[in-house]
Design a binder for this molecule. Structure first.
Ligand code: 1PR
Length: 536
């Protein structure tokens, strides 16, 4: 293979870099993996997509005797692109489980975002950048948004000013990218930032390429954009095909004589279409995962692999993440199940039923056992990689003191004029109610390590009458991690309503997108007109 079309990739095996590989390949390059320190020195161009925790990454670099070589490579001004942790490691040290010493090429300490000022940590989502004049790889992007997911950040100072090529504001101005000569590093994820991200990678790989688009005029202030997420509920139909389905209040069967599972399309095709339509994220929920073991469900892994080849925004997958013993007695931990999902292209996993059991146990004992799937996966892959999906059902009450769970006054009274309700969590796709409320669950899973909450509502699912604003307000005010509002979207106004009246970070919909009733672009245009920042 011609050296000119090869990218050397420093992947030390701590997580999923499949999407970086896919993005590089989509730009016409082959990949050579670093096996030895010499491979770094011989690289024509080196990409370092740091994943996992700072200390673990430094440990691997030191053990493999790559830290010194990497510093030498960078000091020689050879073409380098660090991504996310690949930027942070260039600094002197990090406070992540530390202080831990870094490569020390850039003055400064990497610290945690301060969540006390009302900004949710992790910082997940799309932001525009303030770009300095001399950014080179960012020359195409202007005020367009890029995708971040991180809890730690490096701050600008007089000592590192000459390195900074862009900053981003998230409660404070932090370093979004650095550049010196041929050395670049970005805190955000170009491989997950749609066509903008691909154009950044392209400019790194082809430094002499012309600017493809005239960047739009720089806006004054940019906030974290509200995300619009397309969700695909996936299951095998009675013919054995994996299909995208959609329920009414979780009932996915047609009410005809055949009683078939509703079939709204093919998962990979629809996901690809939603990416092109401007979805900020795509979620797959394997809705029968609670009874079918997902690693036996190879088509779902295949769906992720194929999707991640062409979809360059974050992918979440949920369903069946739990410990499991198969027919032959082989035991699989939930961590193995999640790892397989990550290896196949998922950026986040979503846990439903198993998180309910974990929260119940935690509230009963008051002890974080560390054994739940939620705790184990977030320990290894980080909080930002773990979503908890809540499937609550409204239970109306005359008197809020009738239950021990958090009950609230609801805007639409119940069938017998009840003015209050609590939101009972369910497991197994809504089939079984559990003795825990959505409020109690949300707070517990945040403490157990969830990085985000996907908040459904069985009563609203598939109804097209709008999100459950009471529930979403309750939960998004109760936790400091991002909350995705889900269930009930029927019009573009439902999205502005949920963002204006609650602290939700994202709005998710399924039915209206599958049935092509409301295009994603219309939702975004409406939000923009309403003064809500979105990625266009
Ligand atoms: O319990 O860890 O195996 O996870 C199972 C996952 O599958 C959970 O995330 C659960 O929400 C989901 N699930 C299980 N059964 C169903 C079902 O519909 N029968 N789907 C199901 C949940 C809800 C949303 C839906 C929104 C928006 N679907 O994902 O997409 O309500 O719909 P809309 O815009 O059409 O109103 P585990």
């Amino acid at each position: 293979v011609d050296d000119d079309s090869v990218v050397t990739l420093l992947d030390y095996g701590a997580g999923n870099v499949r999407s970086v590989r896919n993005a590089i390949r989509s730009l016409g390059f082959d990949i050579k993996d670093v096996q030895t320190p010499e491979d770094i020195m011989n690289a024509k161009r080196l990409i370092f997509p740091g994943v996992g925790a700072f200390a673990a990454a430094m440990d691997v670099l030191n053990k493999k005797e790559m830290a010194e070589v990497l510093c030498a490579y960078i000091e020689k001004d050879r073409p380098f692109l660090g991504i996310c942790l690949g930027l942070q490691l260039l600094f002197e040290s990090s406070e992540e489980n530390g202080p831990v010493k870094g490569l020390g090429l850039i003055p400064g300490v990497v610290g945690r975002f301060d969540s006390s000022n009302g900004f949710r940590v992790p910082h997940i989502g799309w932001n525009a950048l303030q770009i300095t004049e001399d950014s080179q790889i960012l020359d195409d992007i202007g005020s367009r948004h890029v995708y971040f997911v991180h809890s730690y950040r490096a701050m600008p100072s007089d000592d590192n000013r000459e390195w900074i090529s862009s900053t981003c504001n998230y409660g404070e101005n932090f370093i979004a990218s650095v550049r010196r000569g041929n050395v670049h590093a970005v805190q955000f994820h170009p491989e997950k930032s749609g066509d903008v991200g691909l154009s950044i990678l392209r400019r790194f790989l082809y430094p002499k390429c012309e600017i493809t688009k005239k960047p739009p005029v720089q806006r004054k202030a940019s906030k974290l954009a509200k995300r619009v997420i397309a969700c695909l509920d996936v299951r095998t139909n009675d013919k054995g095909d994996l299909v995208v389905t959609k329920g009414d209040q979780y009932d996915v069967r047609e009410h005809t004589k055949e009683n078939e599972v509703r079939n709204l399309g093919k998962p990979v095709d629809l996901a690809g279409q939603y990416y092109l339509d401007g979805a900020d994220e795509v979620s797959f929920l394997n809705i029968t995962g609670f009874r079918d073991f997902p690693l036996g469900d190879l088509p779902m892994l295949q769906v992720l692999r194929y999707t991640s080849e062409n979809v360059f925004v974050p992918l979440t997958v949920g369903g069946g993440i739990r410990d499991f013993t198969d027919g032959s007695g082989r035991y699989y931990s939930s961590l193995e199940v999640a790892s397989e999902y990550f290896r196949s292209g998922a950026d986040k996993v979503s846990i439903g039923s198993d998180a309910v059991y974990a929260a119940e146990e935690y509230l009963k004992t008051g002890v974080r056992s560390g054994k739940s799937s939620l705790e184990q996966i977030s320990k290894v892959y980080g909080n930002q990689a773990v979503v908890v999906s809540i499937d609550p059902r409204r239970v109306y009450l005359k008197d809020p003191n009738d239950v021990v769970f958090k009950a609230i006054r609801v805007r639409n009274p119940g069938p017998n004029g009840e003015e209050y309700a609590w939101y009972q969590c369910t497991v197994n796709g809504g089939r079984e109610g559990r003795p825990i409320g959505a409020y109690e669950l949300a707070k517990a899973v945040e403490e157990l390590g969830a990085g985000e909450i996907l908040l459904n509502c069985i009563d609203c699912d598939g109804q097209g009458k709008g999100f459950d604003i009471d529930l979403i307000k309750l939960i998004s005010d109760a936790v400091s991690i991002p909350v995705i509002a889900s269930s009930g979207a029927g019009t573009v106004e439902h999205f502005s309503e949920v963002f204006l009246e609650t602290n939700a970070s994202a709005g998710l919909a399924a039915g209206i997108f599958h049935r092509k009733e409301v295009p994603i672009q219309s939702v975004k245009e409406h939000l923009l007109k309403t003064g809500i920042e979105v990625r266009m």
